[in-house]
Design a protein. Structure first.
Length: 237
């Protein structure tokens, strides 16, 4: 459903012939209203189109595009005019499930942009797109060749850069997040790269009460983003 709302992504919709479920009928109506071609076909064709995966009677043909495709980081940042801006930087995540979950969380938290490294990291592939559940199409996602340089651009545009690590000098819930915030989440296992950590204005940690030493990257992303959003909302009261 989310993909259909971003018409620029979907070119054709395949629905199981003979099915009259309310959900499939709603999908067909939405697609038709947006000028998207709808094809009714047999289950075996849907099986083939989906690579014999779970399709629930519907397969979409689309080419996902980020809302910021073709724009530079300077152009995107220039277009962010809110005082409480929030940008997420994912430093070399390798797991597509993690990356997709982070993007979905970022969209739900209303981040203004997500910055990803262009090399040595998981690409935005079909697994990421599926796990993100439509977030790829609505987020401003930027791929950069150098994370450290991107952080310097953010600083020059009034952002305070916070990195997350288990040795951070301040606890997340005791940190005062104000103004324009850029949050860096490190990759699985090794966390942030050394130069990225050194480029941050402050390193923060999530207090853990169990025996494990770290959270999953996507869980940490959710905890941090919504704490920042909570503080943004409190500052406006």
């Amino acid at each position: 459903m989310a993909k259909l709302r971003h018409q620029r992504s979907v070119s054709k919709l395949y629905l199981r012939d003979g099915s009259s479920s309310a959900k499939l009928n709603a999908l067909e109506q939405l697609a038709t209203g947006q000028g998207i071609e709808v094809v009714r076909c047999e289950k075996n064709m849907l099986d083939e189109l989906s690579g014999h995966g779970a399709h629930q009677g519907v397969v979409a043909e689309y080419s996902p595009r980020s809302a910021s495709q073709g724009r530079t980081i300077r152009q995107v940042v220039k277009g962010i005019d809110t005082d409480n801006a929030l940008i997420l930087i994912l430093d070399h995540l390798q797991d597509p499930q993690n990356l997709g979950a982070c993007l979905r969380t970022a969209e739900c938290a209303g981040v203004d942009a997500v910055i990803l490294p262009r090399h040595s990291a998981c690409p935005v592939n079909q697994t990421v797109i599926k796990v993100a559940s439509g977030a790829v199409e609505s987020l401003n996602i930027l791929s950069v060749s150098n994370i450290v340089n991107a952080l310097e651009v953010l600083k020059k545009n009034g952002f305070w850069v916070y990195g997350t690590c288990d040795s951070g000098e301040a606890e997340l819930f005791e940190t005062d997040f104000r103004g324009r915030v850029a949050l860096v989440i490190g990759g699985e296992g090794r966390g942030m790269k050394r130069l990225v950590a050194e480029a941050c204005d402050m390193l923060v940690r999530i207090p853990l009460l169990g025996e494990l030493e770290s959270l999953n990257a996507s869980v940490a992303t959710g905890v941090c983003l919504f704490e920042i959003r909570r503080q943004f909302a409190a500052s406006r009261q």
